[in-house]
Design a protein around this ligand. Sequence first.
Ligand code: ZN
Length: 174
Amino acid sequence: MGHPVLRAKARSVEKSEIRAASMQKLIDDMLDTMREYHGVGLAAPQVHEGLRLFVALLDSGDEDDDASREPPEPIAIINPEITVVDPVVVEDWEGCLSIPDIRGLVPRAPEVRVKGYGRDGKRMEIKARGLPARVIQHENDHLDGVLFFDRMTTFETLTFMDEFRRYWAKDEDE
Ligand code: ZN
């Protein structure tokens, strides 16, 4: 937080740029960074590239009991366009790799549809509900220079991770 690119509107990626080695390497680097920091999403401006692109791990978390379940493959979405499917607003906890060690309750739409390009340059469309829908909205906000603080209606729940674990984490298990 503080790098100007995080507050700028990112530019669209040209379709001809998607398959370029430099773009594929950027996507691989973003996936590595997301894994390394145990994130569920990472947008290009977070690695100081002002491009409309993010990677995400869209895991609903609904089937945690099923140990045999394969973890989902992370995806890359280029030039995403989001449509809200369910306009009801739901609050839940968010953190951000660009704002380390802090969480807060953020209102979001519970269900969205996202259209864009995959890293293979083909059109893609995904419908997501729950946590994946939240991740998509959070990452898409990064492409417009918006951080999760900006979406909070009050800062009362802004919490350091130590205090989150101590006072709030039981909320998360519900
Ligand atoms: Zn973030």
